[in-house]
Design a binder for this molecule. Structure first.
Ligand code: X8Z
Ligand code: ZN
Length: 638
């Protein structure tokens, strides 16, 4: 449940499991099948599960790194076979759990509960089950194969690297707007019907198990009945910081593009933030840097100058983890990972980390580009691998994160240390500079709103005809972002994002962005660091490494507050360390902004076009010429 393919597989496979049991007609007697005790059952489960999961993982890897009909069919078939096996075990686990005369230990009960937790697999109708798999696979293929043909160059670009690079580096409003619109036309817009079907099929499946809807099932992974409220509280705590960052960036962007293309509602047009989804803003650092004479905290150019390869980026990350006393990547990792987009075949490019459930077989799949952002993503992905390696000796059911957000937070915690100016200088990627990373703050509303939208869709509060309106309602209200161009009835922008298409929850990233500062602070304290939090680099510190290990080795064998306590001494999510980290930034932004911050709740009716500026200029010229001839006053071009 903690990383990419596991999510996909578990949701999909669970969808297969229930039906298989019906088909094979299991004859399970009360008290356990064939006289097995719970302990014997768990032991056998352990022995038999790994090779089967490994087989499906291989089929999934083949499919994601070479999307063909044949590989898609092979993956489907392998999933079905695993499903049969898993269903049998799920049934048996339930029998044990329901038998009150058995004295189950805490550990046995926990393992059996996990084995019985079948999620969307509860669907008993085989046709519907297969359809769900097909629908997700079709959406993913549309997304992976989509291309936008740009005018006037005529080049047709995929998302990675072409469109992502354009959004990163172009400073031409029209070009950015065309790419933004084009991507949505070629991806999300083509999936509205499929998505509707997906919502219906997944909900129906988890309802059989007693969940209200798929969103409820996803939330259940956090083991707390107040999860939705808990994240809302965190969001409210962070909102003022985001509002100030937003306002500051808006002002800088107005200087760059002219105020005319900004709506009067205070929103920032979504195509101007250096990222296809306006989710992270690091790529416009050059436009918003307050210190013109300082080197940017972006090591892209320096990596290029030094001839970095993608392999070198991964080795750089590997070295940091190793310095903490964690393991190096395995030989199989280097042999089998896909670290660049291959030529001549379609692949799913979105980065993911893979636990193949076989000794030493851990892999990363990523279409890496040599730039700062990807260097950080490499650390993120390698964090997943280290989690896999640390809990490898746990029993199969515990080989996952304490909760999904823990898995997302590991590599990011490391990246916080890597991102410090002192560390980047020490590895020769930065010469001068003492700036603070702001990107994490930019992400918060985006990380929060994707699943606000999905929870509402799964709950049925947002019907299909409102899908896109509600999406923009959230984007405008929570993120302060408005569409680059007016949206129409056919648009379906949520499905222009990877995780919505891939049936992969998102709230774990929001939670992870809180947790990682808790982990970061704990590592810094363990390392004996006492300065301002945002400058802490715990490179080479074995005590910090030990803290990590104590948390990671647990996997999901204990409830997540226990895991958190090992690392941080705390048992709850706490935005305190995040707020502490950003305190200097907030002070700076408050002074810069004064009272000028915030935006209206509602989206602008008509987003101003890129040529609003030209029109304005033309008017001015026209007016000036009138003025020059003494016939018209100044007011016309206020
Ligand atoms: O999807 C990812 C990782 C893979 S688990 C690269 N992230 C989110 C995204 O790209 O949307 C990391 C941060 C947010
Ligand atoms: Zn991740």
């Amino acid at each position: 449940m903690d990383k990419f393919f596991v999510y996909e597989m578990q949701t999909l496979l669970r969808a297969f499991i229930a039906v298989s049991a019906i088909l094979i007609g299991l004859g399970v007697k009360d008290g356990g099948s064939e006289g097995e005790t719970p302990a014997q059952f768990l032991e056998r489960y352990e022995r038999e599960t790994l090779p089967r999961w490994n087989m499906v993982a291989e089929a999934a890897w083949q499919q994601k790194t070479n999307i063909t009909d044949e590989n898609t069919a092979a993956f489907g078939k392998a999933s079905l076979e695993l499903a049969k096996f898993s269903q049998k075990n799920e049934k048996q686990a339930l029998v044990f759990l329901k038998n009150n005369s058995l004295q189950l230990t805490f550990d046995q009960r926990r393992q059996l509960t996990k084995i019985a937790d079948i999620g969307t697999s509860a669907q008993t109708n085989k046709t519907k089950l297969k359809r769900l798999q097909t629908v997700i696979s079709e959406m993913e293929q549309i997304y992976s194969k989509a291309e936008v043909c740009m005018n006037p160059s005529g080049d047709c670009l995929k998302l990675e690297p072409g469109l992502a690079e354009l959004m990163r580096s172009s400073r031409d409003c029209q070009n950015l707007s065309d790419a933004w619109r084009g991507w949505r036309d070629q991806s999300g817009k083509k999936m509205k019907d499929l998505y509707q079907e997906y919502v219906q099929l997944s909900n129906e499946a988890v309802q059989i198990l007693g969940h209200n809807d798929l969103g409820d099932y996803w939330k259940s992974l956090y083991d707390t009945s107040t999860f939705e409220e808990d994240v809302a509280v965190l969001f409210d705590q962070l909102l003022p910081l985001y509002q100030h960052l937003h306002s500051y960036v808006r002002r800088k962007l107005k200087e760059q593009y002219g105020p005319e293309i900004f709506p009067s509602t205070g929103h920032i047009p979504a195509h101007l933030l250096g990222n296809m989804w306006s989710q992270q803003w690091n790529n416009i650092a050059d436009l918003v840097n307050p210190f013109k004479n300082k080197q940017l905290m972006d090591v892209t150019e320096e990596m290029k100058r030094q001839g970095y390869t993608t392999k070198k980026m991964f080795q750089t990350a590997e070295d940091f983890f190793y310095s903490l006393g964690l393991d190096n990547m395995t030989q199989i990792f280097w042999e089998k990972s896909m670290l660049e987009r291959p030529e001549g075949r379609e692949v799913v490019c979105h980065p993911s980390a893979w636990d193949m459930k076989k000794q030493d077989d851990f892999r990363i799949k990523m279409c890496t580009t040599i730039n700062h952002e990807d260097l950080m993503t490499v650390h993120h992905e390698m964090g997943h691998i280290h989690y896999f390696m640390q809990y490898e000796n746990q029993s199969f059911t515990y080989r996952s994160g304490a909760n999904p957000a823990f898995h997302e937070a590991v590599g990011d915690t490391i990246a916080l240390s890597v991102q410090t100016p002192s560390h980047l200088k020490s590895i020769g990627l930065l010469k001068v500079g003492d700036e603070q990373d702001k990107e994490k703050m930019a992400f918060m509303p985006f990380g929060y709103l994707i699943d606000q939208w999905r929870w509402s869709v799964f709950r049925g509060d947002t019907p299909p005809e409102q899908y896109n309106n509600e999406w923009w309602h959230l984007r405008c209200r929570l993120q302060g972002i408005s569409p680059a161009v007016k949206r129409g009835a056919d648009d379906f922008d949520p499905a222009a994002t990877n995780h919505v298409v891939a049936n992969f929850a998102y709230i774990q990233y929001f939670v992870s962005f809180v947790l990682q500062f808790q982990f970061y602070k704990a590592a810094c304290v363990a390392a004996g660091y006492t300065g301002p939090l945002y400058k802490c680099d715990f490179y080479n510190n074995k005590a910090a490494g030990e803290k990590f290990k104590s948390m990671l080795q647990l996997g999901s064998s204990l409830p997540w507050p226990e895991a958190m306590e090992r690392m941080t001494g705390q048992r709850h999510m706490d935005a305190g360390p995040l707020v502490e980290y950003f305190e200097p930034l907030l002070d700076f932004l408050r002074k810069e902004n004064g009272d000028d911050y915030g935006w209206e709740e509602k989206c602008p009716e008509n987003p101003p076009p890129c040529n609003a500026r030209t029109i304005k200029l033309d008017t001015s010229l026209w007016t000036v010429s009138f003025r020059a001839s003494g016939r018209l006053g100044l007011r016309i071009f206020d």
